[in-house]
Design a protein around this ligand. Sequence first.
Ligand code: GDD
Ligand code: MG
Length: 349
Amino acid sequence: MLVPVIMAGGMGTRLWPVSREHYPKQFCALVGDTTMLQQTIGRLDGLDCAPPLTVCNEEHRFLAAEQLRQAGIENAPILLEPVGRNTAPAITLAALQAMAHGADPLLLVMPADHLIPDVPAFHRGVEEAKTLAEEGRLVTFGIVPTGPETGFGYIRRGEKIGETGFAVSGFEEKPDLATAKSYLKDGGYDWNSGMFVFRASVYLDAMQTHAPAILDACRTAIAGVESDAYFLRPERTAFEACPSDSIDYAVMEKTDRAAVVPLDAGWNDIGSWSAIWEAQDKDADGNALTGDVLQVASKNSIVSAQKRLVAIVGVEELVVVETADAVLVASRDAVQNVKEIVTQLRSAK
Ligand code: GDD
Ligand code: MG
């Protein structure tokens, strides 16, 4: 049986001021009418799988539960992290929980902040990934790079395995710009999509080899798990003591069991305002306008208005995001730095 693990514990700081500490991006409707979490759940329709196991921060439990319910998922387990320790511990908690009753299912790990327009292509990819995962591989989905992005992991394809998959002969998480450019020129690299399929025990074995301190802390936290209806609370002190790391640095860069399945499904990581602009419908001048917005002689801009009328005149490549209590104005090529505003806001608290 395939158990979907939904990772919904990130902060989404580059999407301020819509994404907030108390209401991070995965719980927001950024593209389309439903939230990123609900779109992630919707993508499971038609796959033969168990109810999803969602992992998020304690603070967001009611948001997660309510949005899951609206998406037709009731009473499925939600693992609540007392603090964020990044994705390696989050997935370790989920793998241990999934094995709690002696089972050893395949896990389909899905971040709750991606867009995948071509769902049938995604399902075909999952089927192929399952076959490789059953052979003991840690499988990720590879996306053909469209530019030298430094916010993604890069996978070097090795020998062909299975129908469409490849062994991974190299994995580098978030290279610098020069390295990313050299990978693009080389041509033998895919982006890591950040979605994974593996058997729970195979992932935990890899954690034992490459990140034993994380595994130990998560084992103790899960041994002391408290359940409150469908909310599962790992033991706080043990989890607070867990080192923080991503699955990519902790395991994927180090393991020799990685495999990649190419995915051509229009995948998009909704990480910044520029990524949202790319994913949205645009007017004839390339503007993506949401809410009460007027534009004159403007090009390739994104404007989102929640509470007031917003007008732009004679601007290009601009981002304007208006909410009840904050307005962002940014150049489209500087949107990665929006997170620094959140850092300033936090230090001013
Ligand atoms: N439960 C939980 N707890 N979820 C978390 C935590 C945590 O502490 N930290 C992050 N997440 C969730 C985020 O909400 C997101 O859905 C997912 O895990 C991935 O985390 P990101 O922080 O968005 O990672 P990234 O985008 O920088 O990098 C990853 O994804 C890229 C593709 O989007 C890596 O896997 C890259 O290699 C990959 O290219
Ligand atoms: Mg991301």
